[in-house]
Every structure is written in C-alpha cells, then in structure tokens.
Design a protein around this ligand. Structure first.
Ligand code: MN
Length: 739
C-alpha cells in the first residue's frame, strides 16, 4: 500500500463513522506532517510518515475519534521530532490540536524503568494526570499500539524494554479506560517479546487446532442462531478463541497446560435491548448446561470501568465448556472502545459544552458500583480534580506529592537527610527557587552539601506536605537546641511583655513548679526549646500560665499587706518584728544564711556590717548573698517588700566562727585644726585597729570630714574605737555611713 493509498483508507474509515469530519483540515495535517518528517526513516526503512498515518488509522478505526484527534494523531511527532513548534501548529491548525500534540510529546519524553507495583501505579496515574485532555492518552495508546505492531525492527533490548512498559503501563491504562480490544492486542504483542517461547507455544497450539476450533465455534453459533431466529430476536452471534495473553495468564496462574484451561472459547451475542439480553440468557441456559456459580450480571451491576454484559459459562454438546457474553450494541461499543465510545456518543449527541469537560466521565464513573470502583474513580480524579502531582527523581522514580508541592516537599519525600542537606534544586535541568511549584512529569534534582546549614524556618511555610513540615520541625528540635532555647525564650519574653507579666513572676521559685505543670514541661529550658522549634507556642504557654500567675500575684499582695500591717504595729509598740531563731548551720565568713549551706557571702559596701550588727541578707542574681546591716537604707522595709525584691530577702545571722576582722567604714565630722589627724591616728593605734585608708576633705566652712577605712574584729571593738574618737577635741560626730 502506498502512502497515498493509506491516506485514502484513513479518509474512508473516518467517513464511515463521521461523514461530517473536516477532511480539508485532516488532509492539510497529513501534508504538513509528511513535509515535516520528510527524509526521516523508521527502523524498518520506510518513510517516517507511515507511523503517524497508522496511528491516525488506529484512532479512527479503533476509537472513532473526532477530527481534532485525527489531526493531532497525524501531527503527534512533529513537535518532538521536527523543527515544527507548538506556535506553528496552533496557528496552522488550532491551539487545541497544538495542545494535544504537545501533550502526546510530553508523555513520549517520559523515561520509564522497571519498578515495583507502587511505582507502576504512580506512573499510570501520572500519565493520566498529564493528559489534561483525555484524547491525549487515547492518541498515546494508539501510538504505542502501532509501535508495538512494528517492534520487530527494534533491537532485542529495546523490544524487551518497550514490551515491559506496555504490559505494565499502557495495557492497564487501556483496560482502565475500557478499551478491551486495544488492551488485548497490547498484551499479546508484549508477551511475544517478553516470553517468546511461551507465546509461540500458545500460538502454535491454537494454530494446530484452528480447524477443530473453527468447526466447534461454527456449530455452536448455528445452534444459538437457529433458536434466536425461531424466537424472532434480532441478534448477532460470533465466537472467538480467547487471546493468547489471557490463556497464558490462566496457564501460569492455575499451573495448567492448554488442554486443561477451562474456557478457551468466548461467544458473544449482541442484541437490541436489555430485555433481549435476559431472553438470550434463558435460551442459552436452555440449550446448554450452565456451570454453577459462573453467571455474572454486569448489566445490573456494571464493572467499575463501565463495562456491562451478562456472562455465563456453559458446557456444549461435546463436553467443551465455553463462555457466553450477552449485551446490547451500546454496551458492546463501550466494552470494545471504552471511554472513546463515550466520547463518540458525546460528540454526536446533543448538548455539547453544557457540561464541564469531563463531567460525563465523572458521572459515568461515579454511577458505577463495585469493589474497586472507588480506586478507579480516584485514578481518573487525578485528571479531573488534580490534588496530586507526579514528578521524577533523576533515576526515573516517581514521587507522588500533593498538588502545589515544592522542591522542599520532594527532598523530604526522598529522605529527611536529603532535605536537611539541601542547598538548591534543579527542575528539568534548570536551577529553581525552593518555592518553585512542581508540575506533573518534572524531573527534580536536589543539590545537597555536607556543609549545608540545614533547613530554614521559612521552609515550614513553603512546604505543602505535612510529611516535609514534620521532618523540618524534627530537625529544629534535634539539631538546634541551643538556638531554639534562645529563640524560644525571646518569644516567650515578648509574649509576657505583651501580656504585662514580669519574668520574675514566672521564675518565682514558689510558683514555677506549678507553672511548669500547667505547660507539661520539666523546666523552662525545655519549654523554650519546644517554642524555639515550633512544637509549642509562646502564646499557648503564657495563656496556660496566666491563671496561676494571677493567683500568685493576689497572694503576694495579701502578704505585702500583712507585712505592712506588722511593720506599722512594730513602730507603734517599738517591738522588733519577731524573727525566728535561725537553724544552726555552718557559717560562711561568719555568716549563717537561713536554709542555705555553703553559699557565697559578701558584705555590702554601702553599710559594711561587722559582727554584732543586726543584719539581713539579699539574694543577688548570680553573686550569692549580700549582707546588709538591718538599718541600711538599701535594706529598708520598703525595699524589702517591694514587688521586684520580694522573695530575695532572707534571714542571716552571725555565726560563732567569725573572721579575724571585717572591713568597715567610719566617718568623723570635725572642726578642722592642727594635729587633728595625729590625734585620730593615736586613737586608732591605741585600739589596735588595722587601717586600710584615711581620707580627709575640708569643707568651705572650716569643717573636715574624715573617712576611715578600717578592719575591725567586731561591734565591741568598733564601739570602743568610736568612743575614743568622740573624745578627741574638735570631733563633732562619728558615724557609720550606710547607703
Ligand atoms: Mn509516535
């Protein structure tokens, strides 16, 4: 057949089911493709145009698709294999046709490798998802069918690879779309290359018995024919031997040889109405003996892919079992051509455009009942409701991600270590930003580095999958504890400030344990860490603590009022507030700190207490206990009860094991005169006082203030010194400065 003859056959085929097709356009598509592929040869040595012509022939003959599909089939390789562009095709034909061609090319570009089942399912879903227009996948299946028909010219390696792909991807898709004839042919052609011996055995055996089989089938057909004619039921009946792959699978699964295969034959009766289907069933069961449990009513309960028929298995007169399928013409077309038949009905039917593009497919599918209906609907939903995106790793593995996913989602889907070391990403060879939205069929490559500083917190906002987000959170939890604590503390403090709460209200040792219980952390640090990595929020923390903090604040207020009341009473009655005797414990520098052993003690510079003085202690932030005289202005009752120092003032007392001496300061106000300092020195020396320094300054009105820095053993020694000083002529007043 010449190329011209082949083209004429195509037109003839189209005319047989669609006389109104746009033949002018179809011819110009053929001529454009012919020109574009000029000089290109197939592996068989034939001109390349043979292939698109054959694909268009399949699209017309097997699928009976519209003019646009025929044109797209003729043009399906021009964008991929010739200088022609999408723009050019869109301009010369139509944007829709250009999109169809582009869609088929995209599927062609996908590289497959043998994968586990799950990968295969993802690949099938991806192909459907990528075919935004269902006609793309129909044309692609036709393309694959022609390539399989002409596989003999390819290398053995390529034959195996393509056959495997066909068996695992395209035949299931054809099945899913209800195209049984194409599915069988794809399976048989694949088997031929995947198991040439097994395939040959079946074909040879079928060939050897062809005559017997034909005779049996003719006999049976005539029996059925006669009875139905007698009853006046309009019908077509024919028999066939099941296709080789179906026999092969049965032999393999049931571990049987060909003679043991139960039903090698299938007869089909096509009638005009559903009522006739059941009438024919009655007739068949009357002529032959039905095999129990083999009757299936797929009219009452269609298969998920839309298939409808009555199935029964009976045993013929010579003891040969066979299957009979009974269906109407419409059911038959849908069984043979599947979704394509629906397409055809839709196209010729009324109301085109009143429904969404795939509304009819959706309705068809959702009306189906059956165990795997849901699975089937889901697989097509990918196309229609696009909630998933399928992308490739550089090795050809498919990753199934939620729609809108980014390289971050991809990296974490591979492994958390890949995500954590990611420094960049390439999509289809081009460097992209990490918030780049991935599209079906993208090849995504993650660039990693051992020195990567890990995910950034922004990634959690960019990532679309909860898997990626939780892995990023996990990283922050583990890897950045110190940083988390700092960040967590900062947000916690900010939130406290926002709520008008002071940090020390939280750190108050009496309240803290209860607060920690409220937030379920063992320490503030733990809580900061959690806030830092995002496992807990500062807002939640503060809101859970607030009740307890308010209760504590109220209690503090009550205590303060009680203290003030006690102080007022003490003033009136000149009674010292009762201070319970401290527990006898080991002292530090002669000081016993109530309830605390071995704590750091220092003497305040403002009042320089010496043994015998009434003293109090103040717990400083990080410098131990500072000891003041009870009458020091810095330890006044007002200070001691101020809210910012509450809880820090504690009882201290002098122990029995005081130091040799303590530094302290005396100030003497004197009428300045000659030899004043000499007399003061004499007093110091007569009381054995160790002098650290003497500093005298004169005032303008003839007075001198003498400041003595000394070391003294205790209050008794100090008092005797002060007496001596007071007796010196010109000394007006000796004091111990404080504050
Ligand atoms: Mn092709």
């Amino acid at each position: 057949m010449t190329i011209q003859e082949q083209y004429e056959l195509l037109e003839k085929t189209i005319r047989s089911y669609n006389p109104a097709a746009d033949f002018a356009h179809i011819r110009s598509a053929f001529e454009f493709a012919d020109k574009a592929h000029e000089g290109q040869k197939r592996k068989s040595g034939e001109p390349y145009i043979i292939h698109p012509l054959a694909v268009a022939q399949i699209v017309a003959e097997e699928l009976k698709l519209d003019s646009e599909s025929i044109e797209a089939a003729l043009l399906h390789d021009v964008i991929e294999d010739t200088p022609a562009t999408h723009e050019e095709v869109a301009k010369l034909f139509s944007p829709t046709i250009a999109d169809l061609v582009e869609g088929v090319s995209k599927l062609t570009r996908i590289q497959y490798a043998t994968k586990e089942d799950e990968q295969m399912e993802n690949l099938r879903k991806m192909l459907i998802a990528m075919s935004k227009d269902i006609r793309v996948i129909l044309i692609k299946v036709a393309d694959r069918l022609h390539n399989m028909r002409t596989m003999e010219y390819q290398s053995p390696a390529k034959q195996k690879q393509k056959s495997l792909e066909t068996m695992e991807i395209y035949a299931p898709i054809a099945h899913r779309l209800g195209m049984q004839r194409m599915k069988w042919e794809l399976e048989d052609l694949s088997l031929k290359y995947l198991d040439p011996v097994g395939y040959e055995e079946i074909v040879t055996s079928l060939g050897a018995r062809q005559k017997d089989y034909d005779a049996f089938m003719q006999r049976t057909c005539r029996q059925v024919d006669d009875r139905l004619n007698d009853m006046g039921i309009q019908h077509v009946v024919y028999g066939r031997v099941k296709h080789p792959y179906s026999i092969y699978r049965k032999m393999f699964n049931q571990n049987k040889n060909m003679d043991e295969i139960f039903d090698l034959f299938a007869f089909r009766v096509v009638v005009e109405s559903v009522g006739d289907c059941y009438n024919v069933l009655g007739v068949v069961h009357d002529i032959y003996k039905p095999v129990l449990g083999r009757f299936k009513d797929y009219i009452g309960t269609p298969k998920p892919n839309g298939y409808q028929s009555l199935h029964t298995t009976v045993v013929g007169s010579d003891g040969i079992p066979f299957e009979v399928q009974i269906r109407t013409q419409e059911m038959h077309e849908i069984a043979e051509y599947g979704v394509a038949a629906h397409w055809k009905y839709k196209q010729n039917g009324q109301g085109a455009g009143t429904e969404g593009k795939y509304e009819w497919v959706r309705r068809l599918l959702e009306n189906q009942e059956g165990a795997d209906a849901e699975d089937y609907i889901h697989s097509l939903k990918v196309d229609m409701f696009a909630d998933e995106v399928f992308v490739f790793t550089p090795n050809g593995d498919v990753q199934n991600l939620p729609a809108g996913a980014t390289p971050i989602d991809f990296a974490y889907a591979i492994h958390s270590a890949v995500g954590n070391r990611m420094v960049g990403a390439r999509v289809n060879g081009r460097i992209v930003t990490l918030d780049h939205v991935l599209k079906n069929g993208d090849i995504v490559e993650i660039m990693t580095s051992k020195n990567a500083k890990g995910p950034s917190r922004d990634w959690m906002k960019i990532a679309k999958s909860s898997e990626a987000r939780s892995k990023i959170r996990q990283w922050f939890k583990k890897e950045r504890r110190d940083e988390n604590i700092v960040n967590g503390r900062a947000s916690f403090e900010a939130e406290l400030k926002h709520c008008g709460i002071l940090m020390r209200e939280v750190t108050d040792p009496e309240v803290l344990p209860t607060l920690l219980k409220k937030v379920s952390y063992t320490s503030l640090k733990e809580m900061y860490a959690a806030i830092g990595y995002g496992g807990f929020s500062a807002q939640k923390a503060v809101s859970r603590m607030q009740g307890e903090l308010q209760r504590a604040a109220k209690q503090r207020q009550a205590e303060q009022q009680a203290l003030e009341a006690a102080a007022a009473e003490a003033k009136q009655g000149r009674e010292e507030p009762h201070v319970p005797a401290p527990k006898q414990v080991k002292s530090e520098q002669g000081i016993i700190v109530e309830g605390l052993d071995n704590c750091l003690v220092k003497f305040s510079k403002c009042c320089t207490p010496v043994p015998g003085d009434d003293i109090v202690g103040f717990i400083t932030r990080g410098y131990g206990v500072s000891v003041h005289r009870a009458d020091c202005p810095n330890a006044s009752l007002e200070k001691r009860t101020a809210p910012d120092q509450a809880g820090r003032w504690i009882h201290v007392s002098w122990g029995t094991d005081t130091n040799e001496s303590y530094p302290t300061i005396l100030e003497a106000v004197c009428k300045d005169r000659v030899n004043l300092l000499l007399d003061i020195s004499a007093a110091l020396s007569s009381t054995n006082t160790f002098v650290l320094g003497v500093n005298t300054r004169s005032t303008e009105d003839g007075f001198a203030i003498c400041r003595l820095e000394i070391r003294i053993k205790d209050g008794a020694q100090l008092r005797s010194l002060m007496n001596k000083l007071n007796q010196i002529s010109g000394v007006l007043k000796v004091t111990r400065p404080a504050g």
